[in-house]
Design a protein around this ligand. Structure first.
Ligand SMILES: [Zn+2]
Length: 428
């Protein structure tokens, strides 16, 4: 397939110089960006009108549990452990493959419609998450979860993680990996086994770390170390590792994260909603930690619109430090694009609009009252735009949304199937 985005009013390239180009064309062939320039001669099968549009790299949702769209609005206004124990875990015990498939289908449509083109997921029945991602055309980084309950010394479970990776490894747009849930649900042995699997298969490693104050207190009691120091002791801090939340971390732990090249998925809305705390991402950025953004699941957000995380991540730090100059618009946009791509091990392939990069692009319609006038387009993307302004989405060189119409699957039909699946689940 070839695509020509014609006369794009702005291209926010996110390249090294953070260039913003005006009135240019972008030519995409197969799954790559081939040429960017004025009045390109290239002939393409599909043309997208770029007038009054901004083109930017597709957003990267660095932490979510997509299928939990099933639980949107089901358990609000509770603290994390009560929320998990009383509401989420009991209903999750009843989940089957079909629930996860349709939950992910809806999530993927929601993500595409709000600008996300890659997501890092950890959930049950990951084969279904992979199938739904293939169907919708999303780029899925899929971590098969590991907990003691599932592993429980059963060697087959380790084989299961490895066979999931083997099964999906060479599938376009699917990047299987392993996700030990947390230090409180995984023994040291299972954490290290997960790390070995990740290392052996050159995949990322995905964990929830230092999400609550309680987790830190428990960790000190049980291991005599804070969660990050404990991970260091296990030899698990590395550029392959993506830690979600990482709210309760000291200056010394931030240095450990930075030194080891460990990546952090900051989930400000989930953290606010569950009152887990505010991650020190300003200090992390200052120390050189790579910080990307995640929505976390819909059950604690309650949507998958990453534009909200981009804006709020900047505002919260300004508020916390009483300094309006820190975490500026460019840094916030970097977190939602480049930094996420880097955390996924894809910095040379995703996160910027440049020749030779994979064609994951979105366009934003700027002919809207809340986006006039344009003094600074990056400021608009961070502070004024919303997921509903996303007009088109190209993933891996395929148009998955055009003029807000999902091209890969039937949106209305998916919503109906999802709805009846929810009815089925809650009456089980
Ligand atoms: Zn999570």
């Amino acid at each position: 397939m070839s695509i020509l985005v014609k006369d794009a009013s702005y291209v926010v390239t996110q390249n090294k110089k953070r260039q913003v180009l005006k009135d240019v064309d972008i030519f995409v062939e197969d799954n790559e960006i081939r040429e960017i320039g004025k009045k390109l001669k290239a002939k393409a099968e599909h043309v997208i009108n770029g007038k009054w549009k901004v083109v930017l790299p597709g957003l990267v949702n660095l932490h979510t549990h997509a299928a939990m769209t099933l639980f949107r609005g089901f358990a609000d206004d509770m603290d994390l452990f009560e929320w998990l124990n009383k509401r989420i875990w009991p209903i999750e015990d009843k989940l089957n493959e079909e629930d996860v498939f349709w939950g992910t289908m809806l999530a993927n449509i929601e993500m595409i419609k709000s600008g996300t083109t890659s997501f890092l997921d950890m959930y049950y029945f990951m084969d279904e998450v992979a199938k739904a991602s293939q169907k919708t055309g999303m780029r899925g980084f899929l971590s098969i979860p590991v907990t003691d309950k599932e592993f429980s010394g059963d060697k087959d479970r380790i084989t299961r993680a490895e066979s999931f990776i083997k099964k999906w490894k060479n599938t376009p747009r699917i990047y299987p990996s392993v996700g030990p849930h947390s230090i409180y649900l995984c023994s040291a042995e299972n954490l290290q086994k997960s790390d070995e699997i990740s290392k052996k298969n050159s995949t990322i490693l995905n964990i929830h770390l230092s999400e609550t104050e309680k987790e830190v207190k428990d960790s000190l009691k049980k291991f005599g170390k804070t969660p990050v120091s404990y991970m260091k002791k296990l030899g698990m801090l590395s550029p392959r590792l993506v830690t979600a939340h990482s709210i309760w971390v000291s200056e010394k732990e931030i240095q450990l994260l930075a030194k080891s090249g460990t990546n952090v998925a900051h989930c400000p809305i989930s953290n606010m909603k569950l009152a887990s705390g505010l991650a020190p991402i300003y200090q992390m950025i200052r120390h050189g930690v790579n910080v990307g953004l995640g929505t976390d699941s819909v059950a604690s957000n309650n949507n998958l619109n990453l534009f909200e995380e981009i804006k709020i991540s900047a505002l919260l730090q300004k508020m916390k430090h009483k300094d309006s100059k820190i975490v500026n618009a460019q840094e916030a946009l970097d977190m939602g694009t480049l930094n996420g791509a880097r955390a996924l091990g894809m910095k040379t392939k995703l996160g910027s609009v440049e020749n030779g990069m994979l064609a994951d692009l979105i366009t934003i319609d700027i002919s809207k009252p809340h986006l006039y006038p344009v003094h600074d387009i990056v400021s608009h993307l961070v502070y004024s735009a919303s997921g509903s302004d996303v007009n088109d989405s190209i993933i891996d060189g395929e148009i998955v949304m055009k003029d807000r119409k999902i091209m890969s699957v039937d949106e209305t039909e998916t919503i109906h199937k999802f709805e009846s699946q929810v009815q089925n689940l809650f009456s089980r």
